[in-house]
Every structure is written in C-alpha cells, then in structure tokens.
Ligand binder design. Structure first.
Ligand code: ADP
Ligand code: MG
Length: 777
C-alpha cells in the first residue's frame, strides 16, 4: 500500500505540474480566464465543501453556467491536489452520445490535454480512455451496463448524473439502482445536476442531500407567437370554435389584409404557418391533434421568411432554429442553401447541430463567424439544455421535439415528434438572451402554447413499460413491480401489470416472470418488443428487406398522406399499392416504388403524385439502415451473406412475420351477406381507420386481421392492419417456443372459442399434434 500511495502521489504531482505549465501558457491563460468568468466558477468552494460533507449533492443552474464542463473538473482538480489524489475515478453520465463525446473533448481542451489523458469518454461501440483517465464521460446506458457486471462500482469515487431534469427512462432507472447502492458504498459520492429548479424532488428522494443553486443571469427576450409573425405578412389569424361530428374543433379564420402584389408570395408563408401549427391538416382529432404529428407541418417557407427578414433587417447576432430531428434539419438546410441570401456563404454561415453530427462540424457551432456573416444554427432539442451556443440573439422554435436516441440500453426509442412542454419552450426562449436582449419566434399560436403541458411527464410515466420490464429482467434486478415501486415517480401498478402480461402473451417472459429465449433475444434489440419480434423472425426466415421496411414504417409517421380537402384522391392513390388487404404490404410497395424513383432522382415527384410524404420515406430509409445495424451488432445476421433476403419476395411469409410481431393485436372478421364487420375480444365491434386499404373493400376474403394500433375516438378504430389466414394465425400468433406450447394452445383456443370458429379449433388440434410430434423429433 505504501508503494502504491507513493506512485499515486508522484502521479498527482506530475499532473499538477502539467496543469500549472498549461495555465501559464498564453492559450491556457485565456482558457482559465474564460472558465473563471462562468457563474459555476464562483461556487467552486461551496460545491467542493458540499461534496466532502454529503453523500448526495444536487446542483441546479441555468443552462450554460458551467455545470457540465466545470463541476467534474473541480472534483478532478481537488482530488489531484489532495495527498494521494490520482486515485480518484469520476464517472459523469450524459443522456446523449453526442454530449458525452463533445463535453469530454471540451474539457480536455480546457485542460490543454488530448482526449484519453485525464479525461475520456465511452459510448456504445466507441470510446477514448487511457490508463490515467480519472474523469470518464459516458451515456447513462453505459453505466447501467457496467452496473450489470460490477454491482458495487468498485473503485469509482464519484458518480455525476447530468441533465436529470430531462427525466429520461434510463436516468430514472439509474437513480433507483444508485439509491440502493449508496448504503453499500458509504464513501461513494453522488452528484446530480439539473438545468431547472426541481431539485427538491430529488433531494427528498434521497432523504438527505444538499442542494446548491448557481445563480445565473439572462437578458429579457421579446416573444412572438404565430399571430404576431403572420401580422408581419399582413394577415390576421383569429380562432373560432366549431362543433362537428367528432366533438369540438378549433378552426381558424384568416382575414386577408395583404397588399395585392405580394399576395402569392405571402400565401405560401401563411399556408405554411397554418401547417406549422397543425391547424389545417389535422383530421378528426382535436386535442390529439396536439399529440399527433405531421412532419410536413413544419413551416419551411415560414422559417425561410423569418430568417430572411432577420438577416435583412435586424441587428447582428446568431440565429438558433429548433427543429425536431436530423431529417427535417437536412431538408431545411437543402432548401435554405438554394436561397439567394441564406445560401450565400459570404453572408450566412449555415450550420446544423444534432445528435449524429461530426465533431469537426460541432466545433464550428461555438466559433464566432467573420464580421458581416450571420451564423444560423439548425438544431434539435440538444441545444435546449445540453449544448450552449454563446452568441445567439434570435431563436425560432417549431414547438416540437423528437427523441431518437438508440443508445445501448435505451429500449424504447420514441421516434414520433410531439409538442414540447411549457418549460421546454421557456428554455428555448432563454437561449436568445445569453449575451444581450434577444428575440424568440414561436412558430405556433399562443393558444397552442397554452395547451402545452407544464412539464414533460417523465419518460417512465409516458412510454410503454414493456421494454423497461425486459431490461429489469436482463439486469437481474428481481421482481419487476417491486423494483419499479422504488422509482422517483413510480408508474401505475396497472401499467406495470399490463406490460408484464403482454410480455407473457408474446412469449418473452414465462409464467414466473423469467426471461425466455425469445425474451433474451429481444433484450439485445433496443426496440419495442413487437418490432424486435418482427426483426428477429424476418432475419431467421430470410425475408428481412420487406420486414425492415415495415418495422421502420411503423416507427415513423404514416407516410400515406390524407390532406383534408383531397381525401378521396389520396385514398385512391393508396389503394393502387394494395392488392391484398394489407396496409403493411401497401407500404412495402410504396417504399419500393420510391426507391426506384429515387434512383432516377424522381423521388419527390413520385411522392407528390402518390400522396406520400417524402420526409417519411427518407426517414424510413435511414431507419432501415439503423435497424439493420442493430441486427448485425446483435450477431443475428451476417452482412456479407445475403441469404437473409432469399424469401423477401414471398408475401405469404411476410404476412406471417407481421402476424408474429403484431399478435395479440388480432381482430376477427365477421362476414355477412353483403359486407363484413369486425370484432376484437376486448372491445367488441371495431372499425377500420378510413385510410386503411381494406376500409373500402366490400369483402375481405380472410378470417382475421392483425393490427398495429387501436385508437379510441367514439368508436375503436384499427390502424395499419393486415389480413391473415387461420393457419398463419395458428402458426405465428403468440410464441412458438417449445416450453410454452401449452400456454400458446390455451391462449389461441380461447380466441377460437370466443369467436366461435370450431372448425378452426379442430384444425388447430390437428396441427398441434403434428407440431408436438415434430418437436419430439
Ligand atoms: P451547463 O452544463 O451549465 O449548461 P456547460 O458547462 O456545458 O454549461 O458550458 C459552459 C460554457 O462553456 C458555455 O458558455 C458554453 O458556451 C461553453 N462551452 C461548452 N462547450 C464548449 C465547446 N465545445 N466549445 C466552446 N465553448 C463551449
Ligand atoms: Mg450541461
């Protein structure tokens, strides 16, 4: 031990000398000056004292005050200065890969080091870390994985959980595990950092914790809502209520006051504005129209109009535009680049800021542009609290956000954009006032803002728990409901039970809540179990390509558009793609057509003619690649051997795989003389969603439908369905694992009895006997 201490001590001195030399160099001095100017620096002593006296410390402070970059460094420096300091091991988690990478790089450069010296990072499939790395940034998922093999976090001295206000599923999950760990490791320190003032909630969760608030300062920001923006164009937008069959809807009236000559030019902006606010293209849902998303409804023309206005008329200052994801950022960027002013590099520096950008691109975001050049950054909600761009004066906020993190243990990717919360909108607005008074343009009306939730519900309370339950099982954390009852805010017991029940039905858990073989495979694929099942079977049965399309299609917004005023035309367009009573097969054909058209650079025209969303098609294209690499990473396919596509043309097989994934979403078709009706076991009579390809058919020559989603309006509507035969349902509905065959029989038998199809039951009996024999063999 004495020798060890001596080595560590020498190492500490070495590190201190290095830092001192760096801080005396001109660049180092400049960097230190910058660090000292951050509000967090003034709290350095208070923070260190709190950490030495308390096991749990919670630090809150305005975005950009220096929490992420400074606090871990304070700890690192003070540990190094202490007697045998170089023994410390600090882990700081970030909700996103990109922040783990960029923050560690920033800290290394603040310290005049290269990444992998005292600071490193680790994210899924990537990382830079050296022998002497004492401060490691990683994603929350990586730390959860480590806890799987190292329950006590041996050797770790400090755990910092950053951005806890985001309340992601992984973070809430991690907090449960850490709370249990703390009594076992009394010397371990836990530091939680948050951009909002919700510290009390966390403090009471941990019983005893010290809270430190870093005071910040922002300049006032002038706020414009959509009404104000439209007034700039000479139009006025006033709401009035109208009652229709489906309940109350908010309709909008526009009064035109525009001077005649600019009318056509302005019309597209106004139309765009309405679309941006989801006020025109929504269907028969009202409040759901806040949660139902139409990506085409981002007002690209409106954004272009505003950006142009600011560039031509306003004072200097960078513009930050909040978009939802990489796909709309890249489309907007293409559009703006073709613009005479916004696309002129001598006037505008156009940058993107999102989760998958290259680090060279990242650095440009922080640089000040040359004089006379205006910086415009198109960002996702990553720029809301994790990345601070200092010179922003104007903010454009589309009001929507989407999470696309596919990180290690993040099992529930939430791919659909939805409206943000009031707190998020305020955060976005605040980005405009960091260096001087700023301006924020919200691209939606005030009444939409008023309908936003106050806070975003924690992910654990708003997303299906199936994947989380699988994860708890794969981490061997005991009983699911007992574990979840210890969460900061526990999900409802019923929701937990439903999830467990679902997992049992699909065969991922056995009767005793243990993972089955299927369950174990599903935990390797960080997607919803239903999608995971399809991917697995698509790979196993060698019909992967179309299944990749279906799974991606189910994860994005419906690519088949039904504009309010052209519903019939749109439905006719969709029916061209279908022959077989399957929305999923129609999607596959539509996508394949798009791929062909894209090859001739005619993808956009193809979409236009067929009422398809080009954006959804692009999103499907990129998701397909992502799902493919998930399967590759999990070792389920070999990218060099294309036999996984041998049966891709076989539509019967594709139907079967879809059935395997969507079970128990099944519905019986009751045929009558002239038409048919539909019935599910839980709801009784149900209807098809109007844009389903089967909705216009007089007959469906199949006994069953499997469906992706049920929506309750005043009746229950089924969305995205495929008709299947008895034998497909018998063979592919439910789990086919040997251990569960009896349960499977019981379950299916129940359905068959319920729907009074005794002939099928007989057939099933036969099949079962044959299957049993087969399995014996
Ligand atoms: P917080 O975590 O409190 O939101 P950060 O520690 O991330 O704040 O950032 C503190 C300051 O450092 C901000 O003003 C930000 O602009 C600056 N900063 C952070 N990362 C970089 C970077 N990679 N390049 C230049 N400046 C950066
Ligand atoms: Mg931060």
């Amino acid at each position: 031990k004495v020798v060890m201490d001596k080595i560590l001590w020498r190492r500490s001195l070495q590190l201190q000398d290095q830092q001192q030399a760096w801080q005396e160099s001109p660049e180092g001095r400049k960097m230190l000056e910058f660090r000292r100017s951050l509000p967090a620096y003034k709290e350095k002593d208070a923070v260190l004292a709190a950490i030495s006296q308390n096991q749990v410390v919670i630090i809150s402070g305005e975005t950009g005050c220096g929490k992420t970059t400074q606090i871990p460094q304070f700890i690192l420096e003070s540990e190094i200065e202490s007697v045998c300091g170089a023994a410390c091991s600090i882990i700081c988690t970030q909700p996103r890969r990109i922040s783990a990478m960029s923050v560690s790089e920033r800290i290394a450069s603040e310290r005049g080091e290269k990444l992998g010296e005292s600071v490193g990072y680790k994210v899924r499939l990537e990382g830079i870390k050296g022998r002497d790395t004492h401060l490691l940034f990683c994603t929350t998922g990586i730390l959860l994985r480590r806890l799987l093999v190292d329950r006590n976090l041996k050797g770790v001295t400090h755990v910092i959980v950053d951005e806890i206000h985001e309340r992601g599923m992984n973070e809430d999950f991690l907090l449960i595990v850490l709370k249990e760990l703390l009594p076992r490791r009394p010397e371990l320190r836990l530091i939680l950092m948050s951009a909002t003032l919700d510290a009390e909630l966390f403090a009471s969760y941990f019983g005893r914790a010290q809270i430190i608030h870093i005071p910040g300062f922002t300049y006032p920001v002038q706020t414009h809502f959509l009404e104000d923006i439209l007034e700039m164009t000479g139009y006025r937008l006033t709401p009035y209520n109208q009652i229709d069959d489906y309940g109350q809807e908010k309709m909008w009236k526009m009064s035109k006051q525009a001077p005649r000559k600019r009318k056509s030019q302005i019309a597209s902006v106004v139309e765009d504005a309405l679309k941006a606010a989801d006020l025109k293209f929504y269907s028969h849902r009202t409040w759901e129209s806040l949660s139902c998303w139409n990506p085409d409804c981002i007002g690209f023309n409106l954004i272009e109009f505003l950006l142009c206005n600011i560039c031509e008329k306003e004072r200097p200052g960078a513009i930050l535009v909040f978009m939802t994801g990489w796909d709309d950022i890249s489309s907007l960027k293409d559009k703006l680049q073709a613009h005479p002013i916004l696309g002129d590099p001598s006037r505008v520096l156009l940058l993107a800021c999102h989760g998958s950008m290259a680090s060279s691109e990242q650095r440009l975001i922080f640089d000040e542009p040359e004089d006379g050049v205006r910086k415009i950054v198109l960002a996702t909600n990553i720029a809301e609290t994790s990345i601070t761009i200092n010179d922003v004066v104007f903010v454009l906020d589309c009001g929507k956000a989407k999470e696309t993190s596919y990180d290690a243990l993040n099992n529930t990717p939430c791919l659909l954009p939805s409206w943000i919360s009031k707190v998020s909108a305020q955060q976005r607005r605040g980005r405009a006032g960091r260096v001087q008074p700023g301006e924020c343009y919200h691209l939606y009306p005030r009444c939409v803002y008023d309908a936003f939730a106050e806070y975003q519900l924690p992910e654990i309370l708003r997303t299906p728990l199936q994947s989380l339950c699988l994860q708890i099982k794969s981490l061997k954390l005991g009983s699911i409901s007992e574990f979840l009852s210890k969460a900061l805010q526990s999900p409802e017991l019923l929701a937990v039970q439903n999830a467990i029940e679902y997992l049992k039905i699909i065969g991922a858990l056995d009767e005793n809540e243990n993972l089955t073989v299927l369950g174990r495979y599903l935990t390797m694929l960080p997607v919803e179990p239903k999608l995971g099942k399809m991917l697995l079977l698509g790979a196993i049965l060698n019909c992967l390509d179309p299944i990749l399309t279906v799974v991606s299609g189910l994860s994005v917004r419906d690519p088949f558009l039904t504009p309010f005023d052209k519903k019939d035309l749109a439905e006719t367009a969709k029916s061209q793609f279908s022959r077989d009573y399957s929305d999923h097969l129609a999607l596959i054909r539509a996508y394949e057509g798009w791929v062909d058209a894209e090859r001739d650079y005619a993808g956009y025209d193809y979409c236009w003619m067929n009422f398809l969303s080009a954006q959804s098609m692009k999103a499907i294209d990129s998701l397909r690649k992502e799902f493919f690499s998930l399967l590759k990473d999990a070792g389920l396919i070999d990218a060099n051997d294309t036999s996984y596509n041998t049966w891709s043309y076989d539509e019967h097989l594709i139907r079967a795989v879809i059935c395997y994934g969507l079970y128990p979403g099944i519905c019986s078709i009751v045929h009558t003389e002239k038409s048919f009706s539909l019935k599910t076991m839980e709801d009784g009579p149900v209807l098809l969603y109007s844009n389903s390809v089967s909705a216009r058919e007089a007959k469906i020559p199949y006994p069953w439908l499997v469906f992706n989603e049920k929506i309750k309006v005043n009746s229950v509507f089924l969305r995205d369905s495929t008709a299947v035969s008895d034998s497909v349902l018998l063979l592919f509905g439910g789990s086919m694992s040997r251990g569960d065959i009896d349960g499977h029989i019981k379950m299916l038998g129940g359905y068959l009895e319920f729907f009074m199809k005794p002939a099928v039951a007989d057939m099933y009996e036969c099949l079962r006997r044959e299957l049993d024999d087969l399995i014996q063999i």
